[in-house]
Design a binder for this molecule. Sequence first.
Ligand code: HEM
Length: 184
Amino acid sequence: MKTAILALLALLAVQAGAQGWQEQEVSGFTLRWATTGSNALSVELTGPTTGWVAAGFDPDSMMLGANIIIGYYAGGTFIRDDYGWQLTSHRDDILLGGTSDVEIDGGGEAGGETEIRFTIPLDSGDQYDKPLEAGQTYTVLLAHGPDGADNFTTQHEFVTMTQIVVWGLGLESTTWGAVKESME
Ligand code: HEM
């Protein structure tokens, strides 16, 4: 009985971990993400540049088909919801006829690094986003512009990719609110 209780506690601990932030260090980037509520993904991305940083979710090939969230800090945080509409080109969802589906949670620039924080729906319904399903693994492109490229257009200085698991167990929105406040 004692063993069963310990096993249950261990399982709960693992699940509690899954509900919190996941983190990866990838080639100078730090990517943190958490499923928030039941249908949103909150992300913090820090990259080694004073220009723009971006994450591209679930590309088909190169930039094509990726839901690209790109942003920079210039006295405030500027973040745009783009789509990889060509192998080597991305465009504002709105210009493509879609909708902007990104909530800006904050950002900053310090020590030569830029951080953007944002929340996207797991499934926005916009054809220029990519639906994300809880429990699935996705490729995420990470890219950054050169220092000083505070815009959405200067070509990247560096691009890489990683994989993330989108956990199904979400943080309660109240918990997430507190996490957000503590980061300000
Ligand atoms: C901001 C403006 C951007 C411009 C002008 C641009 C332009 C290009 C060009 C010309 C290429 C082909 C040549 C090369 O590999 O360098 C390319 C490749 C690529 N881009 Fe972009 N890009 C931009 C932003 C992004 C963003 C935001 C992402 C993803 C988050 C991204 C992901 C990629 C990937 C994955 C490749 C393929 C690299 C490879 O296969 O080696 N790009 N881009």
